[in-house]
Design a protein around this ligand. Sequence first.
Ligand code: SF4
Ligand code: F3S
Length: 108
Amino acid sequence: PFVVTDSCIACKYTDCVSVCPMDCFVEGPNFLAIDPDGCIDCSMCVPECPVGAIYNETDLPEGLSHFTELNAKLAKHPGWKPITQAQAPMPDHAQWREVEGKIGMLKT
Ligand code: SF4
Ligand code: F3S
């Protein structure tokens, strides 16, 4: 499956969700996860993300490998809901889009 990674945190542009043929994005307070049980590896979401947050799990940069498990876990979080329509990004997205290592900001 494909996975959403660090760059999405606190930005949440949501362009990705409208192209997914399987509707497998799930939304939390300031991050999205991909449900690995739904993803068919079509890769259509990858070019939609303005911050390049989405990778094939087989192609993850070294420092982001823990996001595979995190996506799987958050996709089943009882408070997280499927999202299929794009919406406005987080209010402070411009401030955070170039920042790396935002995992400490992740809200669940
Ligand atoms: Fe959806 Fe395809 Fe992206 Fe998987 S790779 S999340 S199926 S758009
Ligand atoms: Fe996140 Fe990029 Fe989608 S910022 S919400 S993965 S378009």
